[in-house]
Design a protein around this ligand. Structure first.
Ligand code: DGJ
Length: 471
């Protein structure tokens, strides 16, 4: 029997007087638009409260304007080398692109991507007015005059000593292929560590986690793979904890490794490796949030998606919690950072050591949903933008005292000679409207744009030192 529920509220808008109804619909729509407009205004123009801080809307601040003033590049592809007409007939050559030139070891313009040693950044020389400049792609010498070896790295700011520590893959020795189809590789040497107070002059602190020379069954045996080491400090245990990608020569072990030390300059004790949450894990990073919680972010399911999960309170393991993000997007090289309560991430595509297009992502919670905001790279030229300036993300470092300004750290891999891979450090800002209107906020972006600006040469605004007192 059908019962009529007299208490049920009508679910459709009932309207008897037609014109009055239309008017109220129009009015409410208008109110809705006004609220959305106001929200959007607030997001873009939210000023940071409290005295010293710089206004969030970066473009208006002279410091940012200078960094946002990108440089253009007009690199010409050299004319094709002469070949015999017979060779040309057998295999006609397609026109080469800048990317082909970049990957070609014998390219006539190789020095543009991998400038000679004589142009190296050398903090030992009194560079006068030229001090503290970053030259993306140039060799960068440490205080002993050796090229810095900290690839796929990350930076820890140690509050106790007011020092920055840069950890990364110490690559040396010949680049070779373990077998015909294997990726270019060098044997593991270990994790290099450098210290600095000014983010420009780096002192080599040694190899803080060395390779294992003899035991072939050890994860760190030189014939294996150790990539993308990152270190964070655990306040509870007063330990420095390192997480890294551990693999075998064929990248089938797909695990993370954990090491620990009492000191930022090691030695680190290697604890173990595992597939986190039972999943394969390749490119990875760790992120320490303001509340002390830390997270592991890794490419999984054959690099088709990212996984994000919190670390245990001592940072030595993952917990059972894990979420999937960017499913089916095939992203790697994650570099995560936070600004004004929003989480941002830069990722790369998957193309081995060859460069590809970066994407910026944003989320209100570290667990997502993660939105894709588009390519953050500005300046250079189209090819520079589509190749992340011929590099791949590894870390994003907040610049203390300058909210909204970060250093984007990337690796310009040299697949022919991996130890000669270079660093591309560029200013990254958060501010302004995103390019792509995002789906579920009615076209009003809840996030600000992430932009990475190409410069042949740039330096941090002097105020970062004044405010943070780092130098
Ligand atoms: C791309 C990754 O981002 C690098 O860390 C490295 O694993 C290479 N692939 C190896 O081809």
């Amino acid at each position: 029997m059908k019962m009529r529920n007299k208490f049920r509220k009508p679910t459709t808008l009932r309207c008897n007087a037609g014109s009055r109804c239309t008017l109220s619909v129009i009015l409410w729509t208008l109110v809705g638009f006004l609220i959305m407009f106001h929200l959007r205004y607030m997001v873009q123009h939210r000023a940071v409260q409290g005295g010293e801080d710089i206004h969030l809307h970066t473009s208006y601040h002279p410091v940012f304007r200078e960094l946002e003033n990108v440089e253009e590049e007009s690199i010409k592809v050299p004319p094709p080398r002469k070949r015999s007409p017979r060779a040309e007939k057998r295999k006609p050559r397609r026109p080469t692109t800048l990317i082909d030139e970049f990957l070609d070891e014998s390219s006539q313009i190789r020095h543009i991507f991998f400038p000679y040693l004589r142009t190296a950044i050398d903090p030992r020389k009194d560079a006068g007015n030229d001090s503290f400049y970053y030259y993306p792609g140039r060799i960068w010498l440490d205080t002993d005059g050796n090229p810095i070896q900290a690839h796929g790295g990350g930076i820890l700011y140690d509050e106790m000593t007011g020092t920055y520590y840069w950890y990364g893959e110490y690559k040396d020795g010949p680049t070779y292929h373990a077998h015909k189809r294997g990726a270019a590789r060098v044997d593991i040497i270990g994790v290099g560590c450098y210290s600095s107070k000014d983010l420009w002059t780096w002192k080599h602190e040694g190899i803080v986690l060395p390779a294992e020379e003899t035991d072939e069954n050890h994860d760190l045996h030189k014939s294996n793979v150790l990539e993308r080491p990152k270190v964070i400090f655990n306040k509870q245990t007063s330990k420095y904890v390192m997480w890294m990608h551990i693999d075998d020569v064929n990248y089938t072990k797909a695990s993370v490794g954990v090491a620990v030390s009492d000191s930022p300059i090691g030695p680190f004790e290697y604890l173990y490796s595992k597939q986190p949450h039972g999943f394969d894990s390749r490119d990875m990073t760790i992120f320490k949030d303001d509340d002390g919680m830390a997270y592991l972010i890794y490419s999984s399911d054959d690099n088709s998606e990212l996984h994000i999960g919190p670390l245990s309170s001592n940072y030595l393991d993952v917990t059972h919690v894990v979420v999937k993000a960017l499913v089916g997007q095939r992203r790697e090289a994650p570099a995560l950072f936070k600004h004004e309560g929003t989480y941002y991430m830069i990722t790369s595509g998957c193309s081995g050591w060859a460069p590809n297009e970066a994407l910026a992502h944003a989320a209100g919670s570290i667990y997502g949903p993660w939105e894709i905001m588009g390519n953050p790279c500005m300046g250079g030229n189209k090819v520079f933008q589509l190749t992340t300036f011929f590099s791949q993300s590894t870390f994003v470092l907040p610049v203390p005292g300058v909210p909204g300004l970060f250093i984007f750290m990337a690796d310009r891999w040299n697949p022919a000679d991996l130890r000669d891979s270079r660093y591309v450090w560029l200013p990254l800002t958060v501010g302004g409207a995103v390019d792509r209107p995002l789906d579920y906020n009615f076209g009003f972006p809840l996030w600000s744009r992430v932009s990475i600006y190409w410069h042949k040469k740039w330096r941090l605004p002097s105020m970062w030192t004044a405010v943070s007192g780092q130098k």
